[in-house]
Design a protein around this ligand. Structure first.
Ligand code: NDP
Length: 315
């Protein structure tokens, strides 16, 4: 195991992580940022971001994240590939193991590990993942040009995916488990106005059909109990997210869904010197701009924490 001592470690490379990096680097804290499993985070699998202030025409998600990275690097952030695989927050400075082979001790740690897509949990979904089953229309929609696909979910993500796919595919079925959608009105309107999207209300997925690749989906209408099969070549799951916080269990206080608890009005966790930002601690807003905002808070909180430590040492 290689070892390294640093001042500020940032885990995660979404808007929260990079914003924390920009602030920490400009404060001269020489942050090291590990990008994690999905460099750039969830925005790299999104289409146009139209609600981030400062981009009147909208911006493409991956481009936005490259800009975030460049800005963080410009002020001296050491951006690295690698995944935090284990932590020990019972010691100070805190220990974080990267890729099971590199041990970092850091005086302050900013957790900005975000969240990942949830799956329905069907064996067929797992078996056909990458063979027609996907959680990212922007990444995989291209493969289903002029074909029929289904999207499951009824939030903003599902609406966004269905709308995106409706421009590429012949027909898009949207599988909604209740008789209403959770998505914002504007997103719902786009779906309902698209001539080739058919919303299947009160409908649950029983199985995804096909051996080598997706050939269809078996559905049940929960109000009539009627079972139907529809032929589709693509099946997109858009049912929400799970925070990427498993490695912090036992150290950081979390809610029942694994979102890290922070002290209200701050990014402080229950462990001194560990701060949390972005979707890993936010199940309410979950926006790029709020993630960036909390990333800024985490860097400022870390900076103040380190300054108070220095005063302690000097006394
Ligand atoms: P949400 O948690 O908002 O929605 C998840 C959807 O999936 C719900 O409609 C839920 O149904 C459905 N669902 C959950 N589990 C199942 C299941 N097992 N079977 C069938 N359906 C299921 O997640 P999103 O990812 O859509 O959005 C997350 C956040 O990100 C939101 O705050 C959203 O506003 C935001 N967002 C904003 C965008 C934008 O503004 N451009 C784009 C994308 C997301 P039910 O309603 O019945 O619980």
């Amino acid at each position: 195991m290689t070892k390294e001592d640093i001042k500020v470690l940032i885990i995660g490379s979404g808007p929260a992580g990079y914003t924390a990096a920009i602030y920490a680097a400009r404060a001269g804290l020489k942050p090291v940022l590990y990008m994690g499993e999905q460099p750039g985070g969830q925005l790299t699998i999104t289409n146009d971001v139209e609600n981030y202030p400062g981009y009147p025409e909208g911006i493409n998600g991956p481009q936005m994240m490259m800009d975030f990275q460049q800005q963080a690097e410009r002020f001296g952030t050491d951006v690295r590939t690698g995944l935090a695989t284990k932590v020990d927050f019972s010691v100070y400075p805190h220990k974080v193991i990267i890729d099971d082979k590199h041990e970092i001790t850091a005086e302050a740690v900013i957790v900005s590990t975000g969240a990942s897509a949830k799956w329905l949990g069907l064996p067929s979904e797992q078996r056909l993942n990458g063979q027609g089953v996907s959680a990212c229309a922007v990444c995989d929609g291209f493969f289903f040009r002029n074909m029929d696909v289904a999207v499951v979910g009824a939030g903003d993500t599902a609406c966004e995916e269905a709308t995106y796919l409706s421009k590429l595919c012949k027909k898009v079925y949207m599988i909604v488990r209740r008789d209403e959608m959770r998505a914002s009105k504007i997103m719902q309107k786009r779906v309902l106005n698209a001539s080739n999207i058919e919303v299947l209300w009160n409908t649950q997925t029983q199985d995804i059909l096909g051996e080598q690749e997706v050939e269809g989906v078996r559905l049940i209408n929960t109000s009539t109990n009627e079972v139907t099969e529809i032929p589709v070549q693509g099946f997109f799951v858009a049912i929400g997210h799970k925070p990427n916080t498993d490695i912090f269990k036992g150290y950081l206080d979390m809610d029942e869904n694994g979102y890290i608890k922070t002290i209200p009005g701050s990014s402080k966790t229950n462990i001194e010197g560990v701060f949390a930002a972005g979707d890993a601690q936010d199940h309410v807003y979950r926006q790029a701009v709020t993630a960036a905002g909390t990333g800024c808070m985490a860097a400022l909180d870390a900076e103040r924490f380190l300054a108070s430590k220095e005063v302690e040492l000097a006394e």
